[in-house]
Design a protein around this ligand. Structure first.
Ligand code: F6P
Length: 475
């Protein structure tokens, strides 16, 4: 049998929904970056994507239906129970690892019960993979929900080629060492042959923890783990550039821009798009905008903030609190400055269609992307790719991985309200020629290092390290 590639992530690139009234199942493909970037890989031949379909509580008949539908597109499910979702997904993944890895140490909880569930679900993923994998297949595991899986796979399939990519920041040693299960976690990740991060800093932090907690030395990104060589490197993830560029000039986008009317045409507009998350700095951004309107009152009535917050993890306390805080802040700011014919903030708490996003990217004057901490941030790259006329200014937080590449953006420290205020002022007064030259430079980079190239580079490096290991073992 020929070797195949198996992609593994917590979520499948399709979400299954069960209609509460008639119990019917529907399947919703994701248009996210990872799904697009990997589509040519997992849809080919015998390749496969294994993950959670996003629901729980299915009976045997429904499972047969789900499996049949997913199989059509080379996907296979890992089923989670309600308890798994609560303890593994909302629990250890998003109440322990997510806050800790984003430097929100005060939000992180350390509960043995959640850790046990994390081990259990990583084992469920292992079992699902073993139902399909051959000993020499290539398996590419994604993200912080599955940090133990590479180690489990290495034990079960010693000769497999295993890649791991961490999509969120990897914290510095001083933060990572707070985790009670830090050694087991590192050993889990080191089961891979190649470990990828978005930035060089994340990679350095990981290697520092590996050295200080496990005592393994590394040289030039190679770690010797017992008798294996593990490669660790930075691979900044990109977007499907062509998709955003083409959409920006499509008739569908033009119609949307017209449909949005005054929102985009009459006033200047500042665009803010995020999943609901405390790491995104939405509150800081709102406070900065409030201060901007107060310091530069000539912009009252002239500029609006379009605030899109996409619902996420709404069963987790911190997310529920954040939603309430954002609602309150938006209300306060709108109450303070609104006029009969103008609102400072247009707030949407929902998902938008792709055409809707494209229209907002294309027609807004400023992209305001100010996370307090972000592994990469693809919104800013989508904004850049959509600016086909090169008009528009990107304000970007230094704390986003993307800031390492997009140095022509106005870079700010999101904790400094004054920097947000002055960046907004600079952006809204920037001459067209300067907007064009900055945007052109950013477009060159985002176009070149797109998501397809990201997959290609990672996969090539994974093959290389495997060859190096084989050569080492045959000596
Ligand atoms: O990139 C971070 C990440 O957690 C992904 O793993 C995930 O698919 C995405 O953000 C959305 O989060 P969630 O799966 O919790 O909705």
């Amino acid at each position: 049998m020929s070797k195949k590639t198996i992609i593994v992530s917590n979520r499948l690139p399709v979400t299954v929904n069960k209609n509460a009234e008639d119990g019917s199942l529907s399947f919703h493909p994701s248009s996210g970056g990872l799904a697009t970037g990997l589509s040519t890989t997992y849809k080919q031949g015998g390749n496969l994507w294994i993950g959670w379909p996003g629901t729980y509580g299915h009976d045997d008949q429904e499972k047969v239906h789900i499996e049949k539908e997913l199989k059509k597109d080379n996907m296979a499910p890992v089923y989670l129970t309600k308890e798994d979702v609560n303890k593994f997904y909302e629990g250890y993944s998003n109440k322990t690892l997510w806050p800790l890895f984003h430097y929100f140490t005060e939000y992180a909880t350390y509960e043995k019960e959640l850790w046990d569930s994390y081990i259990h679900v990583n084992e469920l993923f292992l079992q699902a993979i073993l139902e399909h994998a051959e000993p020499e297949d290539t398996i590419w595991v994604h993200d912080y929900q599955l940090l133990l899986l590479p180690g489990m796979l290495r034990e079960a399939l010693p000769d497999a080629t295993i890649g791991f990519f961490n999509h969120i920041p990897f914290p510095s040693y001083e933060i990572f060492r707070l985790l009670p299960w830090r050694e087991e976690t590192l050993e889990g990740v080191l089961g891979a042959d190649l470990i990828g991060f978005h930035t060089y800093d994340d990679m350095r932090h990981f290697l520092s923890s590996v050295n200080r907690l496990l005592g393994y030395d590394s040289s030039l990104g190679l770690v010797k783990v017992k008798n294996r060589l593990v490669s660790v490197d930075a691979f900044p993830m990109g977007i499907d550039y062509d998709k955003f560029e083409q959409a920006a000039d499509s008739s569908k986008t033009k119609q949307k821009v017209i449909a949005y009317g005054d929102l985009l045409s009459k006033n200047k507009s500042i665009l803010s798009i995020d999943r609901l998350d405390y790491s995104k700095g939405i509150k800081h951004r709102l406070l900065g905008f409030d201060k901007f309107l107060s310091k530069y009152p000539e912009y009252q009535g002239e500029v609006s903030l379009i605030l899109l917050v996409v619902p996420s993890r709404d069963k987790v306390d911190q997310y529920q609190h954040l939603k309430e805080e954002i609602d309150t802040l938006v209300g306060k700011i709108n109450g303070k400055y609104s006029r009969m014919n103008w609102s400072p903030i247009h707030y949407f708490y929902r998902s938008f269609s792709f055409d809707g996003l494209s229209a907002l990217y294309k027609a807004s004057d400023v992209g305001l992307v100010t996370p307090l901490r972000d592994g990469m941030n693809l919104v800013c790259k989508e904004y850049v790719a959509s600016k086909t006329d090169q008009q528009g200014v990107l304000i970007l937080s230094e704390m986003a991985g993307a800031a390492k590449e997009l140095s022509e953006a106005i870079l700010i420290n999101p904790n400094d309200e004054n920097q947000i205020v002055e960046a907004l002022h600079n952006a809204l007064t920037m001459p067209e020629e300067e907007q064009r030259s900055r945007m052109k430079e950013m477009q060159k980079k985002v176009r070149r290092y797109n998501v397809h190239r990201w997959v290609e580079i990672f996969m090539n490096q994974l093959d290389n390290i495997k060859e190096k290991q084989m050569a080492m073992n045959s000596r």
